[in-house]
Ligand binder design. Sequence first.
Ligand code: KG4
Ligand code: ZN
Length: 341
Amino acid sequence: MSVKIIGIESSCDDTSAAVVVDGTIMSNVIAGQDVHREYGGVVPELASRAHQQNIVPVVDVALRNAGLSKGDISAVGFTRGPGLMGSLLVGTSFSKGFALARDIPLIEVNHLHAHIMVHFMKEPGIDPVFPEVPFICLLVSGGHTQLVMVRDHLSMDIIGLTIDDAAGEAFDKCARIMGLPYPGGPWIDRYARKGNPRAYTFPRPSADGLNYSFSGLKTSFLYFLRDREKKESGFMERNINDLCASLQYTIVEILLDNLVRASVKTGINKIALAGGVAANSCLRESVKCYGQKYNWQVFLPKPSYTTDNAAMIAITAYYKYLEKDFSSQSIVPEARFSFNA
Ligand code: KG4
Ligand code: ZN
């Protein structure tokens, strides 16, 4: 009998539900939350309220799009953390209720593990190309930046991580300095296409080993802009394309320099990207160029599966289901959930 999983994602500001049947994505529905735009970042209380309103209709549409009803579902996978506590609580409580009502297994999923698992998804009518394990995944999101050694679907180790801000945070905070809307990453990506990546140079903060540091970059970007604005009023507006391109280029170079080190250190040349920042066009193009230079085999997720979605939760839950790795009804969400896949 086929295994039909419903996945629920509510860690931040996207309410999402997806259905996976035998490892193939049959539906993936995402309701974003525009309510945060005017605040320049996610407001936790507003996020929880919006999840509460969205979750039932989102699940209904995900089931309908997959051509299934609640009674067909074999198990419920949900994001246990990391994320905003109020947001996680909505998805967790909903999933516990669903599993209890249908008397089916409940499966907790680590959100970061799930971002990487997009590399093991199948889509209807598309021949899947899964990376062979072991491979190194650069996981770059709004809250995390990690280099992960992927040994198997359910066995992964962090080999490097940021000691302060995440790469997505660097994009978002610098975008905010320039007065761009939240989330700023996609806006910087857009302006950068028309700019010169070598117009300005910004310092590259370093960290020990395979770790990252981004907070210094944000500070130096802020001071640079302040100084130039003082000298030339309107500097930022006139040079926004070059500023975005130079900043983006710096972030991408920082990310990829460590990836090269990780590949050399481990002897692994299969390289993957995951997380929201993996949608960045410069990062995607640059990793392909590095791939040619260093003889890497590069795996890029579809841009639509880089940012938060429940398909990644459902696919992770599917592999956990095969191992009968189930959770109890007493499980609680974890805002700071260590990555121990
Ligand atoms: O993975 P994600 O959806 O949420 C977290 O788990 O954090 O990542 C969101 C992050 C935000 O910081 C957003 O600015 C960034 O991904 N992002 C991008 C792009 N698209 C999304 N950053 C740079 N370029 C993009 N095209
Ligand atoms: Zn995420």
